[in-house]
Design a protein around this ligand. Sequence first.
Ligand SMILES: O=C(O)CCC(=O)C(=O)O
Length: 373
Amino acid sequence: MPSRLSDAFRGQPIHPQQLKHPDFTSLQELPDSYAWNQRDDDYPSGDAFATDQSVPIIDLNDPNALQGIGHACKTWGVFQVTNHGIPTSLLDMVECTSRTLFSLPVHQKLKAARSPDGVSGYGFARISSFFSKLMWSEGFTIVGSPDEHFRLIWPQDYRNYCDVIKEYKEEMKKLAGRLMWLMLGSLGIIAKQDIKWAGPKGDFKEASAVLQLNYYPACPDPDRAMGLAAHTDSTLLTILYQNSTSGLQVLKEGAGWVTVPPLPGGLVINLGDLMHILSNGSYPSILHRARVNRTHHRFSVAYLYGPPSSVKISPHPKLLGPAQPPLYRPVTWNEYLDTKAKHFNKALSSVRVCVPLNGLVDVNEHNNSVTVG
Ligand SMILES: O=C(O)CCC(=O)C(=O)O
């Protein structure tokens, strides 16, 4: 994990109002501070309009998975995977850990509260500081080991919960490395030496990651509430587990907000801003948000994956040529997080060095007002 990740957020401390976490279960009506209007974010609001488009599903055992992933990355920037090798029992255990954590009384969870300028721990969505309205969700961010924070919450039996998280992170790391090669392969980058930071074995051993547990309590007025506002992730890629309650939506150009339905045993893979940079703008970093449900609680677990802290991500040389100049300057994950924390809705354009030539379109151009993830 980038060691300076917390520094990247210091410019945007959480507003004190956002530190007073409510007990959602006690709220029978949606407080005004949680009621979102169209003007509270810059994107189409309300329900996704009818579309026959759906996020691609890729079976990782399919011999044509690479082609399927290439197509999904280019046209959507998000897809779901099956046969990914993560045991269902582990997904169940991580959901159970998350459910147990979030169902604790607020005062107990606040023992592990994220500090105003920190990253790890319990609290509101980090992106809350960029919006005037509050989000109907709770989060728990795990950077490195969960031991320190879990010990505060469960002094007696934190070890079991820590073991689940550690195992989950290890398995996710392997899957993320596999997905990286599939995505790179689909861009025509296939040799291990083409990505030096993948390491001698090509297993991306030094990669960084953050685990984000999200909880969206049942909400008395879901149409006016927002679980997590529209944002793109700063990552190379994100692996999202969602429980059986739907809520994740992605913004598909020409179709509006498309719901990504929970797929039993499946995982959602979305591309982040760093992959958009690496692909020189050809793979979109997908704008997404989470809605809430009137009767069902929703849980999701996001594995946010990026390069080692010293590595600069830049448009890959194999994708460049006289008619394809690099669109972005090289950035480390830390530098990009710094940029995103300051200019969240202009982060990609602020690291951009040139406009595409020959009528080529930067696929994230329409996302000019993306927010930090
Ligand atoms: O809960 C979800 O479906 C989305 C979560 C997400 O976007 C995030 O944690 O950054």
